[in-house]
Structure formats: C-alpha cells, structure tokens
Design a protein around this ligand. Structure first.
Ligand code: SAM
Ligand code: SF4
Ligand code: FES
Length: 351
C-alpha cells in the first residue's frame, strides 16, 4: 500500500471492506488461535516525564510502588499455572530497577516457569539490552509512539526519536523478537503522520506491533486533548495487519478501555493477541497510565477467565504454544510457532 492509499483508508466513509480484508489476512497468515500474554506491571516509578503518561515523574499525586521480587515471582507462577506461555514485565524507566535486578528476575522466572519473557522497560543502553538478553529475555516491546519527529520531541522531553529508533535497532541486532507500535490520536497527529507510522511498521518488519488509542490523563499536560477514537484505532490495526501480514498484533488494554467491546472489535479487524493483566490487584489502581483503565478492580484470575470467555465468544481458539514471532528467516527461535501450520512463514517458504 502506498502512503496515499493508507491515508484514503484512514479518512474514507466506510472502513468495513478494510476490516474484512484485515480479518482475512489475519486468518491466512496467523490462523484462528489467539495468543495470551500475561502482563505484570511491576513498578510505576519513572524518571521520564512523557506528556501523555499518567505515571510520568511530574505526577506527584500518584502512589508509587515497586513490587518485591517475591511478589513478581508469585505473579509469574500464577500465570504459568493457568497455562500462560508468555509473561510481559512492564514498568516505568527507573534506575532502581537496575539491569542486575531485571536479569535476576528473568533468570529466576525462567527457572520457575516455561514462559517466554517480554520486557517493556524503556530505553536502555546496548550493554543493558545485551545483559537482559543473555539472562534469558526473549522479546522486547518499545513503541516508537509516533513517527512524527517534531511531535515525538514535543511529547517526550529528554528523549529523541533517533535514540528510540537506535534502541530498536540494537534490540534487533541482539536477536530479540522486537515489538513496537504507536498511539493513535495524539494532539497534532494527522492521517498523513499515521500513514507514516504504518510505513515504518512495514519497513522495520516488527515481530509484534501494539497500537492503542491515546487516552488523555487528567494529571498530565495533555489533559485537555481529545484523545484517539475507537474507529481510527481499528483502522490502524487493520492497516498494520494488511501491510505486515504476520506480525503479532494485540487487542490492547487501551482500546478495551475506550469501548467495552473494543478488544473484541480489534480481534475481528486483524489482532491476534490479548494481554490480560496479571498485576496483583493491590497495585493496579496505581498503574493508571490513562484514566478508566479496565480491570482495575479485578484479580488476575478474573481476567484469565474473562479473556478465555472472550476468545470462545469470538469462535476462536486459545494458542497453547509460546507464541513466538511468525517472522522467521533468521530472527530468534520461533520456528516452533509455525509448526501448527498456522504461521505464515512456512506458507511463504512454500511459495
Ligand atoms: N516506560 C516504558 C516505555 O515508555 O516504553 C514502558 C511503559 S509505558 C507506560 C507503555 C506504553 O504506555 C507506552 O509505550 C505508551 O504507548 C503507552 N501510554 C502511555 N500513556 C498513555 C496514554 N495516556 N494513553 C494511551 N497509551 C499510553
Ligand atoms: Fe515513563 Fe514510559 Fe510513562 Fe514515559 S510512557 S512517563 S517512559 S512509563
Ligand atoms: Fe480483566 Fe476482563 S480482562 S476482567
């Protein structure tokens, strides 16, 4: 798809043909199985001040927490006991959570469970990424947020777009399965800049791509912004599916937070992953990167039951493998992901 074609899908009156095509591409290249990733938000401490984020350093009204090692291990084991094969460890950027500690967590979780580990702990040095990879981390999620450099600079003080992209390159070189993505509806974003986001996803050929609406948080500088719409976010997910074919695309918590059926709709428009919250209930209210986040009053077991029901209600199946990247041909360990024949890699190889 050209930039102009992408823009025309973003502004057209009737996106339903786009959604149907994305669902067909998802079915052909990823199959019907939905991968579940248990997310553990292990700290809300952050040294950055991103204008869009509710846990930014400048939000002094927030109760800060760092989960103990034992609490993180218990959450990981609870997810593994429920059959989860991927754990996502997410936090703010916090020097207290030094690489040594994160490596210690990874090594122990790997001993305790048979789960793949995705890290989502922000911008770090190449050496830190290397140490975490050597400790056993399989994947890394670092959204580029927006491909509009000026907007990126304005929204993320002290961070540069080039450095973010360099981090993604370093992660790729270290043979992580690399996830990235963007927010939809940031102030100043246009259909053209969103089209550039899609083209960047295509160019980088990410293994995973998270696309969610920007939701304004009342205690941030963007409190008066309008935020992203359900429909624009669905169009972006569908376009990402069509251009990337077999990237893993989550139905994000954010899209579920702006519409009660948001995740279900995303799963019908190209998404093939869901990330239920396994953060212990006592911490959830403090990890509100945006307001009205779903599941704040639920426990991990509630979310586990809920997503299984959601998957069944869509007539889809629960994946039982770790859900490694479907984009092989040299990246990491994911050949197993294609053994079921659901992945695209074998099909592409076969011609
Ligand atoms: N600190 C790490 C980082 O920034 O990459 C990881 C944690 S951060 C909370 C995870 C993601 O939350 C960001 O990549 C961003 O896309 C998303 N996020 C932050 N504030 C948001 C908001 N107000 N609405 C929607 N998504 C938001
Ligand atoms: Fe910190 Fe990430 Fe939020 Fe930025 S988006 S303030 S780096 S947690
Ligand atoms: Fe948490 Fe539905 S996913 S209650």
């Amino acid at each position: 798809m050209t930039r102009d074609e992408i823009v025309s899908w973003l502004i057209c009156d009737d996106p339903s043909p786009l959604y149907q095509r994305a669902d067909a591409v998802r079915k052909e290249f990823c199959g019907d199985a939905i991968h579940k990733r248990a997310i553990i938000e292990f700290s809300n401490c952050c040294e950055r001040d991103c204008h869009y984020c509710g846990i930014r350093r400048g939000n002094f009204g927030l109760t800060r927490y760092r989960m103990e090692d034992s609490q993180i291990f218990a959450a990981a084991q609870a997810a593994a006991a429920l059959g989860y094969r991927t754990l996502v460890l997410q936090s703010g950027e916090d020097r207290y959570d030094a690489t040594d500690r994160i490596c210690f967590l990874i090594r122990n979780i790997k001993k305790m469970t048979n789960c793949a580990i995705t890290l989502c702990v922000g911008e770090r040095t190449g050496e830190e990424y290397r140490a975490m990879r050597e400790a056993g981390a399989d994947r890394y999620l670092l959204k580029f947020e927006t491909s509009d450099r000026d907007l990126f600079r304005a929204l993320r003080p002290g961070s540069s777009y080039d450095e973010r992209i360099n981090c993604l390159r370093r992660l790729r070189e270290l043979d992580y399965q690399v996830g990235s993505g963007c927010m939809v509806g940031l102030p100043g974003q246009t259909p053209e800049t969103l089209a550039d986001d899609i083209l960047l996803m295509k160019e980088f050929d990410f293994d995973m791509i998270g696309i969610g609406p920007f939701i304004p948080h009342p205690d941030t500088p963007l409190q008066n912004s309008s935020g992203g719409s359900l429909e624009m976010t669905l169009r972006m997910i569908a376009l990402a599916r069509i251009v990337t074919r077999n990237a893993h695309l989550p139905a994000t918590t954010a899209i579920g937070s702006i519409h009660p059926q948001g995740r279900q709709m995303a799963l019908r428009c190209g998404a093939n992953v869901i990330m239920p919250n396994f953060t212990p209930q006592e911490f959830r209210a403090h990890y509100q990167i945006y307001p009205n986040k779903i599941c704040i009053n639920d426990r991990p077991a509630d979310c586990a039951v809920c997503v299984d029901g959601m998957i069944r209600s869509l007539g889809r199946t629960v994946a039982t493998d770790p859900g490694h990247s479907l984009k092989r041909g040299g990246r990491g360990i994911a050949q197993t992901a294609c053994k079921s024949g659901e992945g695209s890699y074998n099909k592409r190889k076969a011609g």
